[in-house]
Ligand binder design. Sequence first.
Ligand code: TXA
Ligand code: MG
Length: 309
Amino acid sequence: MPNIIQSPSHDTMEQAAQIIRDGGIVAIPTETVYGLAADATNGEAVARIYAAKGRPSFNPLISHVNDMEMAEELANFSPAALELVEKFWPGPLTLVLPKTKYCPVSALATAGLDTIALRAPRHIVARGLIAAARCPLAAPSANPSEALSPTTAQHVADMLSGNVDLILDGGPCKTGVESTVVSVVGERPALLRPGALPRAEIEAITGPLDAPSEKIASPGMMRRHYAPNAKLRLDAISPEKGEAYLGFGPSKHKVAANLSTSGDLLEAAANLFAMLRILDLQYDRIAIAPIPHEGLGEAINDRLKRAAV
Ligand code: TXA
Ligand code: MG
């Protein structure tokens, strides 16, 4: 069993940073989901992440940074990209950018592309580890490929305990769905993955976001993902016989769980993966109430659609 360390102190952050510098893997909390972090510039360490997740190596990883000093070594920022950084970093926005010529990140982490995904997380533990390790951290969500994403340290321990050297426990994730991924490589910014930062907030700055073109589509946007074993039925107004009902908002039906009784999308996003995980242990069929498509609802519905395939 790997160590789970609570509320990391200065000493434990140093210990975690040493593991990273030695090419190991540390599970870290971010404000979105837990990540499996390794030194992005160390090819062997990055290979270990792919192996731990059973992730196909054509699906590139996000490199996590703390500041523009580190970011500008890795990628070229257009004025439009800088505007987004200014407004949303640190936070749940991942930018896909052209790599610099001398970018030290392992080609495995970028799946051999000439672009790189960068994110500056807001969570104090993630920031602390990047600062202590003094390198960009490649970190995908800390779940086996295709499984539900982890929003607590215990989820990580349950799924990947044999494959991580240390788990830093920073409490349950605030947002609960992954970062929004925006490509700023082409003429116009494109939304590659809806996520924790609602589209409307980005579009207030960029104008309408493009849909991903074939060429720049996120290689990781597989149709089936986040998948529980149970069969999911979406947009269910009411449960059918034999189905557990996952509600949203006030419900006149008997619910097995409710993403948010008050109909709050933030609360629903934070509960999404943890509730699916618990219901999946108990039921074979889960019906899920309709979730409005606005704000965080776009990311929630995206995850549900992939989970239901
Ligand atoms: O909230 C998050 O983003 C979490 C936390 C740990 O930071 N991380 C996360 O990583 O969700 P992951 O690996 O599960 O998802 C990264 C997404 C994938 O869909 C991947 O295909 C896409 O980003 N991506 C990474 N590099 C890319 C690139 N160069 N071009 C296009 N898409 C890229
Ligand atoms: Mg993931």
